[in-house]
Design a protein around this ligand. Structure first.
Ligand SMILES: Nc1ncnc2c1ncn2[C@@H]1O[C@H](COP(=O)(O)OP(=O)(O)O)[C@@H](O)[C@H]1O
Ligand SMILES: [Mg+2]
Length: 401
């Protein structure tokens, strides 16, 4: 198999079945059976079935799905808290199912840390004691571990709280302690199983923001589980969507929004704020009437009539946008014997293909004309109308852009 060195974790055909009659259940699942039917026929739950994906080093990889879809079962396979019934988990190409006891302990201690939804803190210890715990277990000296712990406490914004008992902290602050504790070990991978689900929305938004900051700063790889599509799209470099134990689609938020694999995914992301994920290139259209700067107004009018529109985009030699000519001003140009250049409007709203739709919303709302989309080479790539911006908020964009 080809080795890609930017891939840190890889799941290959990972299955986890619960129950006695696993062989029969596996056979039915292989034939494409759905989990409920298989459960009824065999008594076996296929918690996850044939999960395949790759996590790149340094990315936030989000797994999303409804409750019971298999997210926790899967994430616990990544550190062998759950042993897959079949299939392979590779960390940097080594099969972690084959590690012996000592190697597995080292892997859990040095490479991968887990943050839980219910925080999993020790209530009899203060913040510092909780954060330093993993280092204590490793046998690191008091001075050294407290120094490292204080660094992480600072990183998650809890400076000044280090000697408070965790029982004195709010939910959001406790989860900060949980994150600081996981980070103190300096793991390469952070597993986070619905870490923010118990937090109220405002605290949650803060935590998402801070997690992204921490991740950028430390460059950790994060596998993040959630059932909230907006959280998934906000945090994820890649998002895997699970249903009934299977992975339906793995993609960037933008690709998933633009090209949902099936109706289930479409429905799932239906509640997402698409304007924060989709870029302008997905909704721009080709202007129906374009004329060259050197053409005369008669030609421009002819082209506008042919296209059935009342304005034309005027471009230079390299498709660079020069201006917009309305049919009225083209008529004026003929009357006054002026050129297109004299009469065109040059103050036009512009944007780039990679701008998020949400960021052009205010411009679109104000603009008298469509927004021109200009590529890096300075050429006119398309236009975005107010109508297309608004409709992108409620429906699927064009499949082909
Ligand atoms: N230890 C277990 N024994 C039997 N069934 C289990 C066990 N753990 C999980 N399951 C089942 O596997 C499915 C997936 O569960 P889980 O991974 O917890 O989903 P999620 O985290 O997405 O909510 C569920 O149907 C659950 O009941
Ligand atoms: Mg779960």
């Amino acid at each position: 198999m080809e080795t890609k060195n930017n891939i840190i974790l890889r799941a290959e055909h990972v299955c986890k079945l619960y129950g006695a009659n696993k062989n029969e259940a596996a056979r039915l699942m292989e034939e494409g059976g759905d989990r409920n039917t298989v459960k009824q026929k065999t008594g076996v739950t296929a918690a996850i079935w044939d999960v395949n994906f790759e996590v790149q080093r340094g990315e936030i990889f989000v797994i999303i799905g409804l409750s019971g879809s298999g997210k926790s079962t899967f994430v616990r396979c990544l550190n062998m808290l759950n042993r897959p019934t079949s299939g392979t988990i590779r960390f940097e190409n080594s099969d972690i199912g084959k590690l012996n006891k000592k190697e597995l302990m080292d892997y859990r201690r040095d490479k991968i840390s887990m943050v839980f939804q219910n925080f999993g803190l020790m209530s009899h210890r203060d913040v510092l004691g909780n954060v330093a715990y993993g280092l204590e277990v490793k046998g690191i000296s008091t001075i050294e571990r407290e120094k490292k712990a204080m660094e992480m406490i600072d990183m998650v914004g809890l400076s000044g709280w280090e000697h408070q008992p965790v029982s004195a902290l709010s939910g959001g602050m406790r989860q900060r302690v949980g994150i600081a504790r996981a980070l103190a070990n300096d793991p390469e991978i952070l597993l986070m199983d619905e870490p923010f689900s118990a937090l109220d929305p405002l605290v949650r938004a803060d935590m998402q923001f801070e997690l992204m900051g921490i991740q950028r700063k430390l460059g950790k790889t994060i596998v993040f589980i959630t059932h909230d599509i907006n959280e998934a799209f906000k945090l994820g470099d890649h998002v895997a969507i699970m249903r009934d134990g299977r992975v339906i689609q793995v993609d960037t938020p933008e690709q998933m929004s633009a090209h949902p694999a099936d109706d289930y995914v479409r429905q799932f992301i239906g509640s997402a704020d698409r304007t924060k994920v989709l870029s302008v290139r997905h909704i721009m259209v080709t202007p129906s009437c374009v004329v060259r700067l050197g053409e005369g107004p008669n030609h421009a009018i002819h082209e506008m009539r042919r296209a059935g529109v009342s304005s034309a985009y005027v471009v230079g030699d390299k498709m660079n946008l020069a201006g917009l000519l309305t049919i009225d001003s083209a008529v004026e140009a003929i009357k006054q014997e002026r050129t297109i250049q004299d009469m065109m409007i040059t103050e036009l709203p512009t944007t780039s293909p990679d701008t998020l739709i949400g960021d052009v919303l205010p411009i679109a709302a104000e603009a008298k004309f469509p927004i021109s989309v200009i590529g890096e080479d300075g050429a006119l790539k398309g236009i975005v109308t107010k109508a297309s911006v608004l409709s992108s908020m409620v429906s699927s964009p064009n499949e082909e852009n």
